[in-house]
Write a protein that binds this ligand. Structure first.
Ligand code: 3HC
Length: 696
């Protein structure tokens, strides 16, 4: 038995079969101790004449979740995983991998090094390495196409998706799906193979690619899909090397793996992986128990309310929707049904499941119907007086202990809570449209929100499949506050000489899902217009105000919904709005600005640095707990490229001194807008990074 700090590989022999159990809680990550343990176990098995065959199995919930990602920030520790896998594959005695839970990344590579694979019906298999900015580095790109062909291997490796047991069996990735208990089924399976020559994937040639131009076509397609993410394209290079003899291909794979392992993109994607899990860890909530939630009330049946209702139904909650009139309710119910039909028509939900969900869904025009709900989420028009009225009504009907949530995207939740006699039960749950699809949920703690209500927000968010991020109260919370700030920079640039489509193209080349002007057209220009009008009375006179967007709105061009905004939409396709360009040029002239060209790099820098500076202020004010919370909001809700790790991680990678230097340069032209965040200045002075504030 090899043992290091709780990570063990043990061998137990029973009736001539060795059961090799990998045990490294919680997910059996393949750390150095496990790699060494596998090599020792194989030596023991091959040296023991009483053993005829072996089974490799995982203790706990999973077979193996892959290489230990925490080791990637440090120098590689011998022995390597390819060495461990080679020791399994070269065994003279047959070895079967008995897979339950997941076999991911290096875990699946271990299984591919075994001579056979048998799986539990609930098992999932995949090579998710590209999502971590690397490629399978222990033979995955070489053995997988030898087993299932290039097309299927490329699909699994480039998407990182997990295949279920049935699909894995169909594609030939596994030899058998276990009936009954997995270990017993593996015993029966391997006993029948004793004496037969163990099949080794490294000993055979890969089949011919599915078409002559297979790699060329795939390269073009993947480059488009990758939007700047290197690992996806490099995985194809490694896969192509599987056309070579195994040793040469495996060497090439390892070289690419090692190159990517220390890359900025891999660091950023690892950060995103751990940040996604860390957001749920809220120090201030230690010990707070979430309240029981089985039924959810939704006030409002518009796009947001319907999306929230659908997300809740799909997560198994009973849902009651309340609208102000019978007509509005009919529309709301229709919106919910339309969303569910979308799943059905895409083959992602059966009619039967839909009918089952609709049976859990009721509508009413009377607030009294919300009385039994454990959690009520308000999603009505964004207006303080309207929201206060709704909350006063909820206060009158909701049962004691019900959580009352508002989906406001910027209004003061303390003020909303004050409309009730139970402000401790009031919280912000800020969903993002479309609410049944977008994974971000900002969980906003008002001054009086009790810890168990915040804990309930996280628990419900998790059950809805969302990534919940805690935020404090300010105008726009985390995400919309940053967007407002960088939109101002985008406006300033178009007034100084850039054009909206140049800004969008630069930001899309940076990796954003959509440029800021296209986003505005999509959400409707009236939303930010209303916000500017609301802020007008308190706007600081030192702020540079760009009136271009107001003029566009005054012309009645509100974006996609009116067929015209920054762009003109014909058949849904955007082309630059020449009239908007005339307005932009007029506005520059009005202010006597000599328009100048902007490079894509300058556009990207200004927008990114505006996000970083505001993000630092948000962390400093305690609106976000840590920089990683800002990163997750931007990645999950605002299309920030995950492979850049979010704005705060991107700042660390660029170097905070360089970021601060640029902000100070920009401050020479607009000292108010570009006032450097004190936190950023302090970190630079202390030689620290944002990641130092993330803890753990
Ligand atoms: N290495 C190190 N830690 C890992 C890990 C890994 N591969 N996978 C998960 N963990 C940690 C998580 O960070 C978390 O830690 P925490 O409790 O301190 O927050 C803990 O294990 C539990 O993870 P989850 O909260 O995600 O647990 P779930 O049960 O929800 O999900 C999982 C389990 C499906 C295994 C999921 O964790 C997962 O997808 N893990 C990553 C799998 C992966 O990407 N593997 C490839 C690694 S790279 C590789 O193998 C390279 C090879 O080709 C050489």
């Amino acid at each position: 038995m090899t043992e290091t700090k709780g990570a063990t590989v043990s061998v137990a022999v029973e009736d001539g079969i060795a059961m090799v159990t990998v045990d490294n809680p919680p997910v059996n990550a393949i750390s150095q101790a496990i790699r060494q343990g596998l090599i020792d176990a194989m030596a023991e098995i091959n040296g023991n004449p009483e053993v005829a065959a072996a089974i490799i199995i995982g203790a706990g919930r999973y077979f193996m979740a892959g290489a230990d990602v925490r080791e990637f920030d440090k120098p590689a520790l011998p022995p390597s995983l390819p060495e461990a896998i080679a020791s399994i594959e070269s065994s003279e005695k047959p070895v079967v991998a008995a897979i339950h839970g997941v076999a991911l990344g290096g875990g699946l590579e271990v299984a591919l090094g075994c001579h056979y694979r048998i799986v539990d019906p609930g098992a999932k298999l995949g090579l998710p390495e590209v999502a971590l900015g690397i490629i399978p580095g222990s033979g995955g790109t070489q053995r997988l196409p030898r087993l299932i062909g290039f097309a299927k291997a490329l699909d699994l490796i480039s998407s990182g998706r997990q295949a279920g047991a049935g699909e894995a069996a169909e594609m030939g990735l596994v030899d058998a799906v276990a009936e009954g208990e997995l270990a017993a089924a593996a015993m029966d399976f391997i006993r029948q193979r004793i004496g037969a020559a163990p099949p080794r994937l490294s000993a055979i040639d890969a089949p011919a690619p599915e078409s002559q131009d297979f790699f060329e076509t795939a390269r073009r397609r993947l480059a488009r899909r990758a939007r700047g993410q290197e690992s996806i394209v490099r995985a194809l290079d490694a896969l192509e090397a599987a056309t070579l003899p195994f040793d040469q291909g495996a060497k090439r794979e390892r070289e690419i793996f090692n190159e990517l392992r220390g890359s900025d993109q891999a660091k950023a994607l690892r950060h995103a992986f751990f940040a996604e899990r860390a957001v749920a860890k809220v120090a201030a909530l230690d010990g707070a128990k979430p309240r029981e939630v089985a039924s959810i009330g939704v006030v409002g049946g518009g796009t947001m309310g319907a999306g929230i209702a659908v997300a809740s139904l799909r997560a198994g909650y009973q849902v009651t929707m309340v609208e102000a009139s019978t007509d509005a309710l009919t529309r709301g119910l229709g919106n919910v049904e339309k969303n569910l039909d979308g799943y059905v028509s895409r083959g992602r939900m059966s009619e039967e499941t839909k009918a089952g969900l609709m049976a859990e869904f009721t509508g009413a025009v009377d607030y009294g119907a919300l009385g039994p709900a454990d959690l009520i989420i308000e999603a009505v028009f964004e207006d303080m007086a309207v929201k206060k009225d709704v909350f006063a009504k909820l206060d009158a009907v909701a049962k004691p202990g019900a959580v009352l949530a508002t989906n406001t995207s910027y209004l003061d939740i303390d003020e909303i809570a004050a409309a009730t006699n139970r402000p401790g039960d009031v919280i912000g749950l800020h969903f993002f449209a479309p609410a049944h699809i977008m994974r971000l949920l900002e969980i906003i703690r008002a001054a009086s929100t009790t810890p168990d209500v915040v804990a309930t927000g996280f628990a419900v968010g998790r059950r809805l499949g969302k990534v919940g991020v805690l935020a404090g109260i300010c105008d726009g919370f985390i995400g919309n506050r940053i967007s407002a700030k960088f939109r101002q920079q985008a406006y300033a640039m178009i007034e100084d000489g850039a054009l909206p489509w140049e800004v969008d193209a630069a930001m899309e080349a940076f990796g954003m899902a959509m440029g800021p002007f296209r986003v505005m057209d999509l959400s409707g220009l009236d939303i930010t217009w209303a916000m500017r009008k609301r802020q007008a009375p308190t706007r600081d006179p030192r702020e540079r105000y760009v009136a271009i967007a107001d003029r566009i709105c005054e012309a009645g061009w509100l974006g996609q919904k009116t067929g015209r905004g920054w762009y003109v939409y014909e058949d849904g396709k955007p082309s630059p709005n020449a009239d908007a360009e005339s307005i932009i040029i007029e506005e520059s002239e009005k202010k006597g600005i000599a328009r100048r060209p902007f490079t894509a790099q300058e556009i990207q820098d200004r927008i990114l640095y505006a996000m970083i500076n505001e993000g630092a202020k948000i962390v400093e004010e305690g609106i976000a707990q840590r920089p990683l919370d800002v990163d997750m909001v931007e990645i999950m809700g605002y299309g920030f490229p995950r492979w850049r790790g979010g704005p705060m991680c991107a700042a660390d990678i660029i170097g905070l001194d360089q970021v601060l230097g640029k902000i100070r340069d920009y401050a020479r032209e607009d000292a108010f807008y570009w006032a450097p965040a004190p936190l950023l200045q302090r970190l630079v002075a202390d030689g620290k990074t944002f990641s130092d504030l993330n803890g753990g």
